[in-house]
Ligand binder design. Structure first.
Ligand SMILES: [Cu+2]
Length: 163
């Protein structure tokens, strides 16, 4: 017999296993006026979690790399002024292309504080690529392992319920 709790756990695990969305952390002012990583790779529905490390900053979307003026088309990425220790979460809502952004606070952008989110299509999680632009293969494999673990747990629950 299925118990209510078993069914509930099964539903939650199934939901988690089906969701490939990832949380990608980008540090703001991690080392001076910068974003770390400056180039991040993400997929639709991934959440870019901007962590404000030091000072005050304000993230706004722009129309190109190193451009220090607001985007004329998309305005979904806009954090407002944030202080040390705060976070701003931005959910990627496009299937491909690049999302450019910069810090609108003071003259920070002219000091080099801008970044790019490269949106790629396909399944699996995205990854931060590091400030050198290199791709981290290790973090790409993490979601697959997690999904395997979740599916394994679901299978266990299924068989347990049949006994
Ligand atoms: Cu700034």
């Amino acid at each position: 017999m299925f118990r209510t709790l078993d069914i509930l756990v099964l539903l939650i695990l199934t939901f988690l296993a089906c969701s490939n969305a990832e949380i990608i952390t980008v540090k703001v002012a991690d080392s001076g006026l910068d974003f770390n990583p400056q180039n991040a790779t993400a997929r639709k529905d991934d959440v870019i979690s901007f962590l404000f490390v030091k000072g005050k900053h304000s993230l706004v979307q722009s129309d190109g790399p190193g451009v220090c003026t607001n985007s004329t088309t998309l305005t979904s990425l806009s954090s407002g002024i944030k202080s040390e220790g705060e976070t701003y979460n931005f959910t990627v809502n496009q299937n491909n292309g690049a999302i450019y952004y910069f810090c609108d606070y003071g003259q920070h952008c002219l000091g080099g504080e801008w970044g790019v989110i490269n949106v790629v299509s396909g399944n699996g999680g995205g990854s931060g690529s590091g400030s050198n632009g290199g791709k981290s293969s290790a973090s790409v494999n993490v979601p697959n392992s997690l999904n395997f673990f979740l599916l394994f747990t679901i299978t266990l629950f299924f068989f347990k319920s049949m006994i």
